[in-house]
Design a protein around this ligand. Sequence first.
Ligand code: SIN
Ligand code: FE2
Length: 212
Amino acid sequence: MAENDGMRSLRPTLRVNGVPVWQELLSPQAQQEAVSAVLEVAETAPFVVPVTPSGRPMSVGMTSAGSVGWITDRGGYRYETRHPSGVLWPPIPEAILAIWRKASGVARPPSSCLINLYREGARMGLHQDKDEGDLTWPVVSVSLGDAALFRVGGTERKGRTESLWLNSGDVAVLSGETRLAYHGIDRIRAGSSSLVPGGGRINLTMRVVAGY
Ligand code: SIN
Ligand code: FE2
């Protein structure tokens, strides 16, 4: 992997079970720009409430930007080139690509940006990000809006976990030995931020997907 000289030279402010977190890497203005960019993506590719392969509705709203987007439905977990409505995913906005350049440590751009919307009561169970086909690239995760309790385990489901409250502007990176770490969001602290219109939290995860 080619390294670049972005902000990656800054040391992470802490690690949660080995996963580096750069707290408040994004200025308030950069956070605002990222949220505006997400809202623009959602005009073309609206948030949907996905169902798991077993048919259970998830508690988050989801959409994507980029050449491919991650989806789940009765057909399984996978990447698709189109939103469920049939439209192509919009390109990843520049304000969001800039965060990847700062945090990923790699020179190539991401293929995909998954956008999760957590309103009050939403959560995300422990899982691995493993549908990308090529697991040598980092996953860059950006928190915007309400604080969220992030739980990180090891590469096996039963491993010990550690938790950390992620705040708006924090960036975590899953790469190398932690690329396949189990992770999830236990809960959000509703009302802790006013950044997201309508309240809640937006999480962005940028990924490289094989072939895209
Ligand atoms: C995810 O793993 O897809 C989301 C993680 C987060 O919301 O911080
Ligand atoms: Fe994930």
